[in-house]
Ligand binder design. Sequence first.
Ligand SMILES: Nc1nc2c(ncn2[C@@H]2O[C@H](COP(=O)(O)OP(=O)(O)OP(=O)(O)O)[C@@H](O)[C@H]2O)c(=O)[nH]1
Length: 304
Amino acid sequence: MKSFLRLHTWPLVCLAIAANLGLQLYLATGELKEWAQIDWMDVAGEGGSAVLALVWLVMLLRSRPAGRVTRLLTLGLACIFFAWWMDTLDEFVQMPQQVAWDNWLETAPMPVGLLLLTLGIYHLNQEQRAISQQMSKREKLFREHRLFDKVTPLGAAEYLRQQIQHALAEARENEQPLSLVAVDLDDFDAINRRFGQNEGDAVLQAIAQLLMLNLRRQDLLCRLAGDRFVAVLPNTGEAQARMIADELQQAVASLAHRTGQHGERLVLRASTAAVMALDDDSEQLLRRLNLGLAKAKQQLPRCA
Ligand SMILES: Nc1nc2c(ncn2[C@@H]2O[C@H](COP(=O)(O)OP(=O)(O)OP(=O)(O)O)[C@@H](O)[C@H]2O)c(=O)[nH]1
């Protein structure tokens, strides 16, 4: 609970301030109703809805990683909670006849909240479709458990090798280019040492999801080893593969990953390499890719 509160301090504090401001405003302007004037059915309906909106908000914040979808859904639910909260206060406080802004406070946040929620659900849907497309590739060989990684939902090294062989054969048959891109986290070992293996696993999972979302429908992402991911890019030349590698590198650098225990923000960086298949077989192609990555790593500034 403590770590949850620490992770989501800002949205929760802002919501508490807004709810409290609403309460203070009503108390300063109106008069508390007599016990007999209170409509308890309305209190139960509107108050219950406000509580449910708050429960949804907490469930959302507990289950989702930070990002645009989470922000939109959080804002939407916060507006909906606020509208129901103000509606509930109305049952306890009699506002003067001439005051009209209380109606605005009760009704205006609701359509705004629903709009934000709709936008959030739209982007969530896009995100899920991208993940499902990647997952469906995994399901093709679902029974071959050993081919799949234990930490991320990706194919492991052997699966990657098989898929490169298939992709090479297909590329030759269709006379199309084929490229590979590798993404390798920089100084990942330090995360394991500082935060432990479980946090390291969480980072690998977040990176796997992020890379999948940034690849195209036809691409296949696998985890080659440790913190090294490889994407197979059908019908892609070297220049385009290089561009995709740069995009993936930027996506990693802008990921806002926070540790599960203390909510510390981790700054992640990755090195990338891109190669296009020439006359090589899958092993030669992977070797060239690893060489490219070793070169990129050599250019990194090293800590003393
Ligand atoms: N948490 C976690 N760590 C892993 C896993 N597989 C490998 N590792 C660790 O990943 C680290 C990889 O270390 P290195 O290859 O030196 O990579 P690095 O620290 O990113 O260094 P550079 O690549 O040179 O920047 C090692 O500490 C491995 O123990 C895994 O499944 N989970």
